[in-house]
Design a protein around this ligand. Structure first.
Ligand code: GMT
Length: 466
């Protein structure tokens, strides 16, 4: 197949998933053309993968526009690439502006001067394109139009499927979870192969024996808001006693520290980068990865860490960058924990940092999926996170992570302390998380699902069929 993929060239999950999908499709013989404003950080050079940059700014010199009309430039580029490279379909990640531009391109191709061409559009929505952009009065109608006009729409979680249905009256939306890059070690590969085949048969639904994270109708929005579940809803990950915290000064002997997983800390306040041997540090490492936008509630991460730090020797490694970073830096200084926190900025690959970490901490307000949590689980790092959106579909409470309500900083801190102080439990969580991530979210099984969707869309002609 010849597939066009359009995404943001960001460190965020949608750009990562789009890039990893492009690489996986090309690895098994498809020709992939990635169209984006710049090369996505995860899109390494590989046979069969072509990158087509889009520059919307060139027109500004004429003084006509206040802002570069990027959506038009993107539609133009998508149509050109589809026509010149004979694309079978375009798969866009994030509805606005990508799905809008792709629908324009599809229409342009249908009226192509040298003869009409059919090029269906598959749209994967990732979360804030629905919950934030799609909820904004300036964009809600066009996002709804782009989704209803797409030939196929996919989402990474059942929680987001329900949001899309409720906001845009769109029912035929496929859940295709995000995935972890291919497993490297033989044990994980064997495991992934075995359960990947099972996932395929089950249509990527949770296998029997695993907890089913799908909420019954009308409950995912309540879950997003952190509200209690209604009777009858079987929480797949029932809460354990999360407020149990060891008393100050509890014996630390026997804790498996990050330094036993690897000798180097994630990064250091003095600017020593991740993966390099920084100053030697004792204690355990908590890691957080995000784009520092308000939805990530980084202030809660820092506040929870400050509570943990009172009880245990620990470090916090903050990976990523974004608008909330200066405030987080000030907060660390105000709380007197600046020396225990490293800000290491955006990283093309987070595994080297995760592998040096003892715990992953996330405090998001909403999260359609939580790819960073999945990457942590895949690296054998237990997750402490907020119970919101699709997170309970990724993190199994009390099996490979601990979930608590959004905004409950004490509960987040209590969960961190409970796990850091209990090496046996942490080890069990790490083992389970690794297996779960690499079986349920196996790359090859999930890429096969995308290929099935592509074939079905091409066969049916999708929404653009005459
Ligand atoms: O909206 C964002 O925060 C960024 C967005 C992205 O472009 O990566 O993240 C969303 O997509 C990821 C990949 O599917 C998911 O893992 C994230 O949970 C989701 N973010 C939100 O829903 C806030």
């Amino acid at each position: 197949m010849r597939v066009g993929i359009c995404c943001f060239p960001s460190f965020g999950g949608s750009g990562v998933v789009a890039s990893e999908l492009a690489l996986a499709l090309a690895e098994s013989g498809d020709e992939v053309h990635v169209v984006s404003s710049a090369r996505p950080p995860r899109l390494v050079e590989a046979p069969g993968v072509h990158h087509h940059p889009v520059d919307g700014s060139g027109i500004l010199e004429y003084g006509l526009f206040d802002h570069p009309p990027y959506t038009l430039a993107l539609a133009n580029r998508l149509a050109q690439v589809a026509r010149d490279r004979l694309l079978d379909l375009i798969h866009v990640h994030y509805a606005a502006p990508h799905a809008v531009a792709a629908l324009l391109a599809r229409e342009m191709l249908a009226h192509n001067a040298s003869g009409p061409r059919t090029c269906p559009v598959v749209t994967t929505v990732h979360g804030t394109d629905v919950t934030l952009v799609g909820a904004h009065p300036n964009y809600s109608d066009i996002v709804g139009w782009a989704l209803r006009g797409s030939d196929c729409v996919t989402v990474p979680s059942y929680a987001l499927q329900q949001e899309v249905a409720e906001r845009f009256a769109l029912d035929a939306v496929e859940v295709i979870p995000n995935f972890v890059p291919v497993a490297q070690d033989p044990e994980s590969q064997a495991l992934a192969q075995a359960s990947g085949a099972e996932n395929m048969r089950a249509g990527c639904r949770p296998e029997s024996g695993w907890c089913d994270p799908r909420p019954p109708a009308n409950q995912s929005l309540r879950r997003s808001a952190g509200a209690p579940m209604e009777p009858g809803w079987r929480d797949p990950h029932p809460p354990a006693n999360q407020s149990v915290r060891p008393s100050a000064g509890a014996p630390m002997a026997g804790l498996r520290t990050r330094s036993q997983r690897s000798s180097a800390p994630c990064g250091a306040p003095d600017g020593v980068g991740p993966g390099t041997a920084g100053p030697s540090r004792s204690g355990m490492q908590i890691v957080h990865v995000s784009n520092f936008r308000p939805v990530k509630r980084v202030a809660d991460v820092v506040a929870a860490f400050a509570l943990v730090r009172r009880e245990l020797p620990a470090w916090l490694c903050l990976v990523g960058d974004g608008p909330g970073r200066p405030a987080a830096e000030s907060q660390c200084r105000e709380l007197g924990i600046a020396d225990d926190v490293s800000f290491v900025g955006n990283q093309a690959r987070v595994e080297p940092i995760l592998e040096r970490s003892d715990l992953f901490l996330s405090a998001s307000e909403t999260e359609s999926f939580g790819l960073a949590s999945l990457e942590a689980l895949a690296c054998g790092v237990p997750v402490v996170a907020t119970r919101t959106g699709g997170v309970p579909e990724v993190v199994c409470h009390d099996r490979n992570g601990l979930l608590s309500p959004v905004g409950d900083v004490e509960a987040l801190a209590g969960s961190c302390i409970a796990l850091l102080a209990d090496p046996a439990r942490r080890e069990a969580f790490a083992r389970d998380g690794r297996r779960w991530a690499r079986s349920r979210f196996d790359r090859d099984a999930i890429v096969a699902r995308y290929r099935e969707i592509y074939r079905a869309t091409l066969t049916s002609g999708g929404a653009s069929a005459p």
